[in-house]
Design a protein around this ligand. Sequence first.
Ligand code: AMP
Ligand code: GLY
Length: 424
Amino acid sequence: MKVLVIGSGGREHAICWSISQNKSIEKLYCAPGNAGISEIAEIVDIKSENLTDLLYFAMDKKIDLTIVGPEKPLSLGVVDLFRKNGMLIFGPNQYCSQLESSKEFSKLFMKRNNIPTANFKSFTDFDSARKYLESNLLPVVVKADGLASGKGVKVCFSYDEAVEFLKFLMKDKIFSESGEKVVIEDFLEGEEASFFVFTDGKKILLLDSSQDHKRLLNNDLGPNTGGMGAYSPAPIVDLQTKENIVNEIIKPVFDGFKKDSINYTGILYIGLMIKDRKPKVVEFNCRFGDPEAQPLLYRLRSDAFELFYRTAKKDLKNYKLEWKNTYSVTVVLASKGYPSRPEIGGTISNLANFVEPGVKIFHAGTTLKDNAYHISGGRILGVTSQGKTLEDAIDLAYKAISQIDTSNLIYRTDIGSKGLLKNS
Ligand code: AMP
Ligand code: GLY
């Protein structure tokens, strides 16, 4: 089997690492990849958004399966393009991926199908949006309709703050056309968790729970980021909460797909706000979470390649999802200045010989030059550990970090501790 993975983050390193355990993989490519991925796959110098070159490459190399990591190529229609040319690809098509690439599309879908979520209104006109804010309770959440790498959403605690963000999106057009339309929604109280399902359009497989840490600083303070760490399973998703997620969200979502003749295949990422075991949807994404993919794939016992391959082939019928009876934690090491102005260019001096049983380091923004790992992005490494208890996994991840040169890196020191409070 020849496989191409599209993307360059920790999520794609975890995907490459997990599928490469399968002996039937004779060749693994990753475009554009990173330094860590280059140790297990051949790096291809094509950007994730360059769909035509990706297709030509896949056809030329006779790729058996292409796996799409990030949202951007999905929203540009990479799945439609590959399928039209007879190539097997993992992920939803462009129409379905609007569940992530348009907040309005996703909120209207939820409204039509009675899926619990925050009340909202959408606007294309600045003055009407500003007027609506006058009558809204605080806090209020202002969102760019389109993709904005996680930066198009602001929870606003005053009218002035909300209007300022609105201007930023609609007048300054900081995210260009992504902010031409905005969604303004009520603030949801509770604790966030991530829930993922794989589906081949017929069968739905529920992954174990996980929880991301979106804020930059300890105790969930500071600005929102792509994610500073994650762990799995997440005790906030206890049995009752999981049952509520299935009955109140997943079932109506898939009934809604049927009603609208939507054939969704790939991963559906449900971002949840949970209060008193009642889940509400904050957002849908159409791909694996980053960093959540890392602890989840590290805990996966069943064959990861088969999971992706059979989902794409619409053949999940006899696939059995199995998990190791462990906890896994990923602590993200980011470059100084992340998320607003990441400092690029420094090196991580002692990474090459790192070995620690029960720990795997997934790379994100790294490049290998003159035998040294260089910092080339915002999030750099995802130090991922596994232990019998959550406490063991946390201790092991931070023990591993203490052996890494972090002089050019920043990280949170409380990843997973929310789960410890729930377990005690
Ligand atoms: P989104 O891109 O829609 O997931 O929003 C990014 C982040 O903003 C979420 O992970 C939440 O932390 C926060 N957020 C978004 N919508 C809401 C809401 N309605 N209530 C509270 N927090 C929200
Ligand atoms: N971990 C958040 C995301 O992948 O969007």
